[in-house]
Design a binder for this molecule. Structure first.
Ligand SMILES: C[C@H](O)[C@H](O)[C@H]1CNC2=NC(N)=NC(=O)C2=N1
Length: 95
């Protein structure tokens, strides 16, 4: 699968506030009320991630979850990353 070009990524990101391109990935840092809220977000997201069979690179420090999305098999951003970013946006907004 061919990854998105920089232009395609830029277009996709117009609908994803707070997301930006970083090298071959798209990234966003979410901040929650506290550690429990951050972990609840991760747990809620895990179901959707399994369904999609597409996995984020993410780290948690206290109330923050830093997320990096790319399609490892394609070596860059694909529609699967954009789809996952949209899902994470919805889940984070409901936190
Ligand atoms: C077989 C299975 O579809 C693959 O290993 C999936 C799993 N989740 C994945 N997630 C991500 N981000 N990139 C991949 O290439 C990928 N591959």
């Amino acid at each position: 699968m061919t990854p998105f070009s920089d232009d395609q990524i830029e277009t996709a990101l117009t609908g994803l506030p707070g997301w930006s391109q970083e090298g071959e990935a798209i990234v966003k840092s979410y901040e929650f009320a506290d550690f429990d809220a951050a972990i609840a977000f991760i747990n809620r997201a895990s179901g959707c991630i399994n369904e999609l069979d597409h996995h984020p690179e993410w780290t948690n420090v206290y109330n923050r979850v830093d997320i990096r999305l790319l399609s490892h098999d394609a070596g860059g951003v694909t529609n699967r990353d954009v789809q996952l970013a949209r899902i994470l946006e919805r889940l984070a907004a409901a936190s």
